[in-house]
Structure formats: structure tokens, C-alpha cells
Design a protein around this ligand. Structure first.
Ligand code: 6LW
Length: 505
């Protein structure tokens, strides 16, 4: 079957998928963002609709103080005995956790900490007598062995208590590439398959597989390992690894996995970070033969508006380490998102920021800002050290570029009243120095008009800065995520309305 790619565009790393009858459910990493661990539903592995999040309440993850790079890493979602189960590592937070729910839409449980599992990327599998096996990557994140890798590990687990029922055993750990991780265990026609990633989540990322007669091995590696990798190829989708295996509606098989779309003359920079892709496979002599991950031809533009008239924010909206409901309101001023600053800026770990993922290479984000009560605007963010902002307040329009320890601003006076701010990403091509980055990021203000959205306005944007996009990309920031663009308040109270997103590949 033809599988569209990206299957879930924008920063959606480390996807896991489970099939329940004719329904498919997918979960992916979310790091420091809230709500955490987004869930999607599909009936055909083609169209994925957001249906909710596992993490919607304080305490489920310990995000408030989690350092950048930490947070929700790599879930595995499964359905067993009439319940949904999801295991995940709250990296540099609570550790590896077990969540469960009656319905994928939630509500999900508070999360039970696994005892006796020291590592990341936990997987769940059950054998015919109901014994649960947790298989995981033995990367040590803390303690005196921090940074050491113990290879792929496994324990039998009591999922109700989170207690391991035995000491960890080491399993087959790939072909010798670095970072054997993302293990997933499957029983297929009486044979147990262990699917792993190795080579690291960067350009060397690969998928390898082994098989055994029992869930605890011994495993025999596939002679063709790695069965999938884009390393050293000119494929438009790179970093393919960390796969989960699923049966397709037409009785075939597919891998759901993260990949990147690097751009620029040397194809070194991926603005959206690791997105979710899919690819088909066939079984030959008991081993999978996997098709290279293809990039589906671009579709027409996607346009989304938000007039903030709903009772709560849509599922696409994200905040950073603290829930948006704690400091923003959709009722204080009907038709507006009102954000209350606490002095935190986009340079801080807990900014008053509400954003959505950039999901297309060409994207325009636009929102009207009433800054009479403070200072705020739009920020294109990878993390607190890599972001481009366009803000208004106190009679000034200001563009800002933060790249590590460097920060530059551009200002110009602003007439009173609401004004629309705009961030546009424009892919670049061709040769020469200007083509080294993946895109240009244009930061502008748009004289307000009567039109419903500034994107269609005739007023024309006033550009304050046009910046090289390579400094706000996954590879440059190296903080595992991708671009998220949204509204923030840095001082006082700022009201936003007429949010628009237009994306096209
Ligand atoms: C994920 C692991 C990884 O748990 O990065 O680099 C972690 N590989 O598989 C976060 O995506």
C-alpha cells in the first residue's frame, strides 16, 4: 500500500503504534512540552487525527524543572487484556513509567514508576501465559555509571506494581553500531522478533532485527542487518531508525518510525526535527525486507485558523514545562487568548508560551496582538537558547535572534493599537553561501486591516529581520526536538486573536 510521508509531519519523534481491530493508535515523544505524549488515531495508517494526550495533569511527569533534552522520551503503546498500556522514560525526571487507560483518548493513569529498570526506551510484550516482558535500552542516564550503555536489557515485570520480577538480563544488542536502543519485541507465528535501533538518532540511525524461539532469547541477528538505514544515501528522508512494526489494513506489514528532512546545500539542517514516517516491508525466509522511506510528493497548502472561541485550547497547542491553563485564559476576553507574563522571557525554561509545531517547510504563522497591557508576540523556538522572536509593546516592534550566547534585536516605533505579527519560513535552494542553510525566517509586523487574517491583508508586512534558519534547527540546537512556533507574553498581560497557520511542502 502507498503510505504517505511524513505520516505525522512536524516534531513527532520516536513514534509507537498499536492496532486494535481496525483501529490504529500512535504515540510519540514530547520532551519538555505539555500536554505530553500526544496520541493519534487512524483507520488506514494514512490519515492520523489527534485524539488527546497521556500527560494532561501535573505530576504525571516531573517536567517543571526538567533540563532541556529531558522529559518524555520514546513511548511504547500497546493494547492488552482490554486496556491500553503505555511505557515511557521521563528522562531526568521520574524515570521509566507505566501508564494505562480504558480508552486511548484517556483519561490515563498517574503513572507507576518501574522498579529495577535502569535505562530508556522501555517496550511491552506478553507471552501466551500473560507474563509481561519489559525490554529496554540499558543507557545509564544518572548515577555513577551515567553515560554507560549496558546494551539491550530485559526483565519480567508486574505492571500493576511496576516491580521487576527478576534481575535484568542482556539480550542481543545489534551489529555493534553505537547506541543499541528502541527495542520492540513481537511474537509472529510462534517466532519472537526483537527490533532495535542502532547507530544513534542522527545520520547513522539504523533499524536491525533478530529472532528467537523464546521472548528472552537467545536471539539470532538477521544476516542483512541493518534492514533499514538512510546513512550515506541521498534519500530525502534521513535519520530513519527507532521503528515499530504493525500490520497494515490490507494484510501487509509496515514500520512506523522517525525521520528528518534535512535541507541546505549539504543537506545538513532539519527545521522540523524528527517527524513520523512510515514504510512497507515484506517477509522473505522469515526476515523483513524493508522499503526505503520515501517522501510523498507535496500536497496543497494547509491553512488553520484559531479564533480562540473554544472552551479550551485545541490539541495542537503546546506549552513548556507548565500548563497553559495556569497563566492564560480563553474567557477573560472572549475571542482572545489572554496570556499573563511573570517576567519570564523565551530565554527562560518556563516562558508563558503557547505554540504549535511547524509542520511544513514553507510556513506562515500570524496572530494579532493587543499589547496595551504588556509586551508579547510570536516566537519560533527550538529551545531556550535557540529562538527567533517578533514582539510588540510599549510603542516598539522588536525582532530578536537568540543563538546560544548571542542575541541581537532590531526595533522600530509602532503606532498604538493592535498589530499583527508574522513569522514566515522560506526554504532556500541553489548554490553559494546563501544556500547553506535550510531556509530564511522572516520576522515582520503587518499594519492591521479589516481582513479576518493578516495573511490575506493588503497591508503588506513590514520586515524587521530576515534570518538564516540553520541556527534554529534540530542539528544545530541538538536538543532532540523541532521547531514550535507560538504566542508569548514577556511583560504584563497580552491578548492574542486571529491566529493563522499556512503550511506547504
Ligand atoms: C530516545 C532514544 C534516542 O529515547 O533519543 O537517540 C531518545 N535515541 O531512542 C529521545 O528521542
Amino acid at each position: 500500500m502507498t503510505l504517505p510521508n511524513p505520516a505525522v509531519p512536524g516534531f513527532h519523534p520516536d513514534p509507537s503504534v498499536t492496532r486494535v481491530g481496525d483501529d490504529y493508535y500512535l504515540a510519540c515523544s514530547s520532551f519538555e512540552y505539555l500536554p505530553g505524549l500526544p496520541l493519534f488515531h487512524s483507520r488506514d495508517l494514512v490519515r492520523w487525527e489527534p485524539i488527546g494526550h497521556v500527560v494532561t495533569r501535573p505530576g504525571q511527569l516531573a517536567l517543571e524543572k526538567v533540563p532541556t533534552l529531558g522529559g518524555a522520551w520514546a513511548p511504547t503503546v500497546r493494547f492488552h487484556d482490554g486496556r491500553f498500556w503505555l511505557v515511557v522514560t521521563d528522562a531526568m525526571g521520574r524515570g521509566s513509567l507505566i501508564f494505562t487507560a480504558e480508552r486511548a483518548e484517556g483519561p490515563w493513569s498517574d503513572g507507576v514508576v518501574m522498579q529495577g529498570v535502569s535505562g530508556i526506551d522501555p517496550d511491552l510484550a506478553w507471552d501466551s501465559d500473560g507474563t509481561c516482558f519489559v525490554t529496554y535500552s540499558g543507557l545509564q542516564l544518572d548515577g555513577d555509571r551515567a553515560g554507560e550503555h549496558l546494551g539491550v536489557q530485559q526483565v519480567r515485570m508486574d505492571l500493576e506494581t511496576g516491580r521487576a520480577l527478576e534481575e535484568p538480563r542482556s539480550l542481543w544488542s545489534g551489529t555493534g553500531l553505537m547506541f543499541p536502543e528502541a527495542p520492540h519485541l513481537y511474537e509472529i507465528d510462534g517466532v519472537w522478533y526483537l527490533l532495535i535501533a542502532e547507530g544513534g538518532t542522527e545520520r547513522g540511525h539504523s533499524v536491525s532485527i533478530a529472532r528467537a524461539a523464546r521472548p528472552d532469547g537467545p536471539f539470532e541477528g538477521c544476516p542483512a542487518n541493518p534492514v533499514l538505514s538512510a546513512r550515506s544515501t541521498d534519500r530525502p528522508v534521513q535519520n530513519t531508525g527507532h521503528a515499530d512494526l504493525v500490520r497494515t489494513p490490507d494484510g501487509g506489514w509496515a514500520l512506523i518510525l522517525p525521520g528528518m528532512r534535512p535541507r541546505g546545500l549539504t543537506r545538513a539542517f532539519s527545521p522540523m526535527g524528527r517527524e513520523t514516517f512510515s514504510t512497507a516491508l515484506e517477509w522473505v525466509d522469515g526476515w523483513p525486507v524493508v522499503e526505503p522511506v520515501r517522501l510523498t510528493p507535496p500536497t496543497g497548502p494547509v491553512v488553520r485558523h484559531d479564533d480562540f472561541t473554544g472552551a479550551e485550547l485545541g490539541l495542537e497547542w503546546l506549552s513548556i514545562r507548565t500548563p497553559a491553563a495556569d497563566w492564560s485564559s480563553l474567557t477573560e476576553r472572549p475571542g482572545h487568548l489572554v496570556v499573563h507574563a511573570d517576567g519570564s522571557t523565551m530565554d527562560d525554561p518556563r516562558p508563558r508560551f503557547v505554540g504549535r509545531r511547524q509542520q511544513h517547510e514553507s510556513a506562515v504563522f500570524s496572530v494579532r496582538v493587543d499589547s496595551a497591557g504588556g509586551v508579547g508576540g510570536l516566537s519560533l523556538r527550538i529551545d531556550e537558547r535557540h529562538h527567533y522572536d517578533i514582539e510588540v509593546g510599549a510603542g516598539i516592534a522588536r525582532a530578536r535572534a537568540r543563538v546560544g550566547g548571542l542575541c541581537q534585536t532590531w526595533e522600530q516605533p509602532l503606532p498604538p493599537g493592535p498589530v499583527t505579527v508574522r513569522i514566515e519560513t522560506e526554504p532556500v535552494g541553489g548554490m553559494g553561501l546563501d544556500a547553506l542553510g535550510p531556509d530564511l525566517v522572516r520576522l515582520s509586523v503587518v499594519p492591521d486591516t479589516d481582513s479576518d487574517t493578516a495573511i490575506d491583508s493588503g497591508g503588506g508586512p513590514v520586515e524587521l529581520a530576515v534570518l538564516d534558519g540553520r541556527y534554529v534547527c534540530a542539528e544545530t540546537a541538538a536538543s532532540f526536538t523541532g521547531r514550535v512556533v507560538g504566542m508569548y507574553a514577556a511583560e504584563g498581560t497580552v491578548a492574542f486573536d486571529r491566529f493563522s497557520y499556512r503550511g506547504e511542502d
